[in-house]
Design a protein around this ligand. Structure first.
Ligand code: COA
Length: 151
């Protein structure tokens, strides 16, 4: 990742920009502002943004599960003008380090089976496909569930 890029915890003034970026990447399946607001209230230590001099270029949200030893990535996105610069990998690895220091032992995520860019990223950082869930996000929205052990 370019040294001019910084990963930091999201603050409340980032939420509108994160929502706009999410909408540009996920369309009708994007999370709304109010969800980002509420997630930020409850889980701000695993809600990160990547920023350069021009503003927010990526974000990641991960949520610990109630068992205290697993966690889920909820969303990862990088602005289309900034892909293939290591930002997505930087965000995911940063989050995995944060999970490790919180005692989380295993991370999960869901991904569209056709999203080869995301699958390649997650595979590169150590995830493997655990299973396929048919209609996971509703009719016709199958998802792969990927997992990684955090040691
Ligand atoms: C998926 C996404 C987050 C990747 O972010 P990124 O910043 O471009 O990824 P990186 O530059 O850190 O790439 C890391 C590695 O992932 C893989 N990768 C990323 N994009 C890829 C692509 N389009 N094709 C093939 N491999 C890709 C490569 O192995 C890459 O390493 P390399 O550049 O050394 O070859 C970004 O494309 C995105 O926001 N997509 C839309 C939203 C989305 O699908 N989010 C994930 C939902 S589960």
């Amino acid at each position: 990742m370019h040294p001019a890029l910084k990963i930091r915890c999201a603050d409340s003034s980032d939420l509108a920009n994160v929502t706009a970026l999410e909408e540009s990447l996920f369309g009708y399946l994007s999370y709304p502002f109010y969800l980002f607001r509420q997630v930020h209230e409850a889980y701000r230590s695993t809600f990160y943004v990547a920023e350069d001099a021009g503003g927010i270029v990526g974000y990641v949200i991960a949520i610990p599960a109630e068992d205290g030893i697993t966690g889920w990535f909820w969303s990862v996105g990088v602005h289309a003008d900034h892909v293939r610069k290591g930002i997505g990998q930087g965000l995911v690895e940063h989050t995995l380090r944060g999970m490790r220091s919180s005692g989380i032992k295993q991370a999960f995520l869901s991904v569209d089976p056709g999203n080869s860019a995301a699958i390649a990223l997650y595979t590169k950082v150590g995830f493997r496909v655990a299973r396929t869930e048919i209609d996971y996000l509703g009719p016709g929205e199958d998802r792969l569930i990927m997992e990684v052990a955090i040691s």
